[in-house]
Design a binder for this molecule. Structure first.
Ligand SMILES: NC(=O)c1ccc[n+]([C@@H]2O[C@H](COP(=O)([O-])OP(=O)(O)OC[C@H]3O[C@@H](n4cnc5c(N)ncnc54)[C@H](O)[C@@H]3O)[C@@H](O)[C@H]2O)c1
Length: 319
């Protein structure tokens, strides 16, 4: 068994490589060449904190794996990350543990990359204004990924803690791939109203922007909510969306309060969830029909992508 550190991962995994791995994993997932097992979410001591276990197995490569993440939002006040993850990669031939990977960076790359692939197939081709709500680790990789799939002209940023935004902008300036303008917004709604693509990447359990701020033709990536009880976007955003796509449809019905709650209220039908990003990539479903509809990518995390990028990292390090 080898132990792979965050530093080793950061030296070999970059966003363009990760986007290629995720596109292929999404396609393989629709062919059942890689698929997820179960998911366990365990509240830890108080409602804010949880532990989550996700699993996946590949049939085209000799590995299966699990990812464990602790989600402790209060850690930010202790100078620690709010989400901490590790991936265990096992051999499908012997069951041996082949590698244990520190996976905070990989998780963030996965979350950004999955939204990057979704944005590529769902957003308007001319979308050039990206709005980011939340300015933590996931927000950073949303920008890394989306700047690879659209030619950005403006990046709008809002965080409930304005003191985080300046540092975030400084970090983005070091990695931006073209000279787009970066604007700190005073409110979430101002951020939404100015953007063609919105990413919500917060730890909030309640909606972070008002649906009426959304412009026609906007694509929304809802990233932060991960339990059936959390809602990072208003019911009305789901109602206004023409279609919803996710990483994995069963995973959405297990975890996405953003969609589960308006469906349970009878505001929208389940059929609004038309499929996975993989379904779009292989041509089973259409992601967008015109430039005025609002589209929603509801991300709940899929261990398929975690295991796919862990395999790619392991094979790169051991080749
Ligand atoms: N979908 C996925 O695959 C996936 C993967 C990893 C993490 N997540 C989730 O994404 C969320 C963000 O993760 P992170 O690692 O970036 O966390 P983080 O703690 O680094 O950043 C969260 C940011 O959101 C801000 N925030 C909180 N409430 C807000 C509000 N109402 N309006 C605006 N900003 C607000 C915080 O101030 C903070 O800057 C978490 O809930 C996490 O569980 C999802």
């Amino acid at each position: 068994m080898i132990y792979i550190t965050e530093e080793q991962i950061q030296n070999i995994v970059n966003m363009p490589m990760a986007l290629d791995v995720f596109r292929q994993a999404y396609i393989d997932n629709t062919k059942e060449l890689i698929y997820t097992g179960g998911r366990i979410v365990m509240p830890i001591i108080d409602v804010e904190n949880s532990g989550q276990w996700l699993t996946a197995i590949s049939k085209s490569q000799p590995y299966f794996g699990s990812k464990f993440s602790s989600v402790f939002p209060g850690n930010l006040n202790k100078g620690l990350p709010s989400v901490m993850s590790t991936i265990s990669l096992y051999s499908t031939e012997t069951g041996e543990l082949k590698a244990l990977l520190e996976a905070n960076y990989l998780t963030a790359i996965k979350t950004g990359g999955s939204a990057g692939v979704a944005t590529d197939v769902m957003a308007r081709k001319d979308a050039s204004k990206l709005g980011i709500i939340g300015s933590g680790l996931q927000a950073f990789t949303q920008v890394l990924a989306i700047q690879e799939v659209r030619d950005l002209e403006e990046l709008h940023v809002y965080d409930i803690k304005p003191e985080y935004v300046e540092g975030f902008i400084e970090r983005i300036k070091k990695v931006q791939n073209r000279p787009y303008k970066i604007i700190a917004e005073p409110t979430a709604d101002a951020c939404v109203a100015a953007s063609d693509i919105i990413c919500t990447c917060t730890t909030s359990h309640t909606p972070v922007f008002s649906a009426k701020a959304l412009q026609p033709g906007t694509h929304v990536n809802a990233i932060g909510s991960f339990t059936p009880y959390m809602q990072e976007i208003e019911d009305e955003v789901v109602v206004m969306s023409s279609r919803i796509i996710t990483e994995h449809v069963d995973g959405l019905w297990a975890a996405a309060g953003d969609v589960i709650i308006p469906v349970e209220k009878g505001l929208v039908s389940k059929e609004k969830v038309v499929g996975s990003v993989g379904d779009v990539l292989v041509g089973n479903v259409i992601a967008r029909e015109n430039d005025t509809e609002i589209t929603l990518y509801e991300s709940v995390g899929s261990c398929v992508l975690d295991v796919a990028i862990a395999i790619a990292s392991f094979e790169e390090i051991t080749k």
